[in-house]
Ligand binder design. Structure first.
Ligand code: NAP
Length: 296
């Protein structure tokens, strides 16, 4: 590994340790244990693995978790009933519906059924709207994790040109909005590019901080960045690799080895943004529990 790495594992561990300590204090001073409910519909192996890692993080942080596993053919009405019960359960402070849901279930309607104050994924339109206008709400975990990586690595964003490649609702749009706010840890000049751009290198070459979230291997190569750029690679892609027992390895969206030679700092994949997401979920759950105890 080059020595200009932003170590996501170390930062995520730091955040989980902080959450663990603050959870202990909340329990001791207010008798409240943060509670997080997971809903898993169907048996998608990747979703099962994600929920298992989130459950382990809850255990570590002292967060009480419950997981409801429903069969793929579950009616949407049943999912709504469960969410409604959790919305009204004072021991549950956060609700996470693991996506993707089976096709017959309307994902938007399910997300909108979650109380915005328990929406620890930050996907509810109320939280999306609050982010847009700079009000305090629940931030989505992956972009919130990116902002924490920048802050905790001492990377100033104020007045810097941040270029985001990708405009998804879970990464591209929210990270652009977070860093655009006139606020500490933000206040950047933000450009967002996407697949309709004739040539994204026009934008990537101008970036002080480049955030890539396309889900395409080698979206950004060394000739597309300038010396000294900070690179945040959000991508998680599987590529065949016969030297590995499982037959594949995980890479990001950036041609890591070559870009790392020009970058001042760069996130690796794995061990970069990916590990931050669960740490921020823990932080959001703690925040939701705190608000339940001390509203306002
Ligand atoms: P997505 O919903 O598929 O969005 C991809 C975005 O990239 C779209 O806006 C698309 O443009 C744009 N795009 C695709 N190819 C492009 C190209 N060649 N040039 C410019 N723009 C291009 O993906 P996502 O959910 O944002 O995820 C992106 C990557 O991040 C994936 O690898 C995913 O696995 C990973 N991810 C990681 C985490 C984590 O670390 N925890 C969380 C979420 C996602 P259009 O809008 O025009 O189609």
């Amino acid at each position: 590994m080059p020595n200009n790495i932003i170590d996501g594992k170390r930062i995520a561990q730091m955040i989980k340790d902080e959450v663990r300590e603050e959870t202990r204090m909340l329990r001791e001073t207010h008798g409240v244990v943060p509670g997080l409910a997971f809903l898993l519909v169907g048996d998608d192996p990747a979703s099962r693995t994600y929920v298992a890692s989130k459950e382990r993080a809850c255990d570590y942080c002292g967060i009480h978790s419950v997981t409801l596993r429903l069969p793929a053919e579950t009616h949407e009405a049943e999912v709504h009933d469960k969410i409604s019960a959790w919305n009204n359960d004072p021991e549950i402070h956060g609700i996470l519906v693991q996506l993707p849901l089976p096709e017959h279930i309307d994902t938007d309607r399910i997300i909108e059924a979650i109380s915005p104050v328990k929406d620890v994924d930050g996907f509810h339109p109320v939280n999306v709207g609050k982010l847009m206008i700079g009000q305090q709400g629940m931030l989505p975990c992956t972009p919130a994790g990116i902002q924490q990586m920048l802050i905790r690595s001492g990377i100033a964003t104020e007045g810097k040109h941040v270029v985001v490649i990708g405009r998804s609702n879970i990464v591209g749009k929210p990270i652009a909005n977070i860093l655009l706010q006139k606020a500490a840890g933000a206040n950047a000049v933000v450009t967002v590019a996407h697949s309709a751009a004739a040539d994204i290198s026009v934008f990537t070459r101008q970036a002080d901080i480049l955030i890539v979230a396309t889900g395409r291997v080698n979206t950004v190569t060394a000739d597309m960045v300038r010396e000294g750029v900070v690179v945040i690679d959000v991508g998680i892609n599987r590529i065949a690799d016969n030297t590995r027992e499982r037959g594949y390895r995980i890479v990001g969206d950036v041609d890591f080895d070559a870009v790392a030679e020009k970058a001042s700092l760069i996130t690796p994949v794995p061990g970069g943004v990916g590990v931050m997401t669960i740490a921020m979920l823990m932080k959001n759950t703690l925040t939701a529990a705190r608000h339940a105890v001390m509203p306002g």
